[in-house]
Design a protein around this ligand. Structure first.
Ligand code: BO1
Ligand code: ZN
Length: 263
């Protein structure tokens, strides 16, 4: 969990040793430097099936830590310096509260209101768990979410359904839509790249991270649906304490390379 004193992210290591970073370990999230030099070998990622309407239904789920959209098996990611093809498994969100931002990665110390993670599993692995032992077993695409006046109709497909998954364990069906609509369409070749970890237990150092530089936008009311309508337990709902600030603190980069795509 995130907000109770006995289990905030700094205490995860007491329960899950792999979430206690040793010196020189490579954990996530990190603070990104917005003014790095560009790396010419990092070209656009190839997103397969993201433009089509997949067969569904998709399943939206509250797991007590986030809201997860399971997107079926028709999409994959490759290119962009990735060592292999990765199959898309799910996407989920990290958010803050009514007066605090909640992205996991920060850029020049700035935290965005929200961050979306599209989780992809290297095709050679039979499942997510098998990929955790491989330093490049997973490829997560991160999208910063900023706030604007207008509703984002594409995010509306998800935010409209949040009240149906208010409690941990609840699921609801979502009609598939092109996942590309949730990404910063015109700036797909501009991203940060580094090697890190899952940002929740087991905190496995198995992730090739790609963070799009340009944020997407949702409205204040759509953001408020995330910060007010999701509860991690029914007791929390009775006490009107929604799930908020479900992000892990940033970690040192140590000797890691952090790169920017050629843009
Ligand atoms: S994240 O992108 O680093 N925030 C992240 C953190 C944890 C998971 C995924 C991404 N966890 C897992 C679940 C598995 C599930 C898998 C793929 O996501 O623990 O049970 O199979 O959906
Ligand atoms: Zn995440």
């Amino acid at each position: 969990c995130y907000n109770e004193p006995h289990c905030d992210p700094y205490a995860w290591g007491d329960l899950v040793p792999s979430c206690h970073p040793l010196l020189e370990e490579h954990h996530s999230p990190i603070d990104l430097d917005g003014r790095m030099s560009r790396n010419q070998s990092l070209d656009s990622l190839l997103l397969e099936g993201f433009q089509e309407v997949q067969t569904g239904p998709w399943i939206l789920q509250n797991d007590g830590h986030s809201v997860i959209l399971q997107v079926g098996s028709g999409m994959s990611v490759r290119g962009g310096g990735l060592p292999d093809v990765y199959h898309t498994a799910q996407l989920h969100f990290h958010w803050g509260g009514p007066a605090s931002n909640g992205s996991e990665h920060t850029v020049d110390r700035r935290r965005y209101p929200m961050e979306m993670h599209v989780v992809n599993v290297k095709a050679v692995h039979p499942n997510f768990t098998a990929a955790l032992g491989d330093p490049t077993g997973l490829a997560v695409l991160g999208v910063f979410i900023d706030v604007a006046y207008a509703d984002n109709v594409h995010f509306g497909h998800i935010s409209q359904k949040l009240s149906s998954v208010a409690y941990k364990g609840q699921t609801t069906k979502i009609k598939p839509f092109p996942l590309l609509n949730l990404l910063p369409k015109h700036n797909m070749s501009q991203y940060y790249r580094y090697y890190g970890s899952l940002t929740t237990p087991p905190c496995s150092q198995a992730v090739v991270w790609t963070l799009y530089e340009v944020p997407v936008h949702i409205s204040w009311s759509q953001l408020a649906q995330f910060t007010s309508q999701i509860f991690s337990t029914e007791e929390d709902a009775e006490q009107v304490t929604p799930l908020q600030n479900n992000f892990r603190h940033v970690h040192p980069t140590f000797s890691r390379g952090v790169f920017m795509s050629k843009g």
